[in-house]
Design a protein. Structure first.
Length: 184
């Protein structure tokens, strides 16, 4: 969806629309490592206001994504409820060096050509910004044992029994080696 700036009335423009999974998919990065899926349609409510030197977009995104836990690799529903508050300024995207300075401010500035607002692209960006860097099915997710591959949330680790697997056993082994080295 696109909105032309010259078609936004003085009173502002209000957008209400839904994204289903098919629509959502069109905006996913080609290599999506998280296997995102929209379980419940995304409800988009936006208010676009034209100001003298910028466009102000406010609203909410609501839906439920299916995501993959970084630790146990299981898919689980992730409720998305994101407040949108963006300032669109006419101009070029800043160079990476300048971007670092911009990060100091909390305001969400975006640049555009001043003519057309790419609403879909904006919505997609907001979804990805809303996702935490590390997605976990639960704070206490135990993850997968890197050695035997057991999902530690569901079953005990199969290599737990071999003492060599514990960090204390490893420490013990180092200590023994050090003492025996001293003895000789
Ligand atoms: Zn997990
Ligand atoms: Zn194991």
């Amino acid at each position: 969806m696109r909105v032309r700036v010259d078609e936004i009335p003085e009173s502002g423009r209000f957008l209400h629309f839904h994204w289903d999974d098919t629509r959502f998919r069109q905006h996913l990065p080609a290599a999506d490592p998280f296997e995102f899926k929209l379980i419940r349609p995304l409800n988009v409510d936006l208010e676009i206001q034209k100001r003298s030197d910028h466009i102000h977009i406010q609203g909410t995104l609501r839906g439920t994504l299916q995501v993959i836990c970084h630790r146990c690799l299981k898919a689980f529903p992730w409720p998305l409820e994101e407040t949108v508050d963006i300032f669109l300024v006419e101009g070029e995207e800043p160079q990476p060096s300048e971007e670092i300075e911009l990060e100091a401010s909390d305001l969400d500035y975006e640049f555009f050509d001043g003519v057309i607002i790419e609403i879909d692209q904006l919505v997609a960006e907001q979804i990805f910004l809303a996702l935490p860097v590390k997605i976990l099915c639960s704070e206490n997710c135990l993850g997968i044992c890197p050695r035997c591959g057991a999902d530690l949330n569901e079953e005990p680790c199969r290599c737990e029994k071999s003492a060599a697997g514990s960090p204390f056993a490893a420490l013990e082994a180092i200590k023994t080696r050090l003492t025996s080295a001293k003895d000789h």
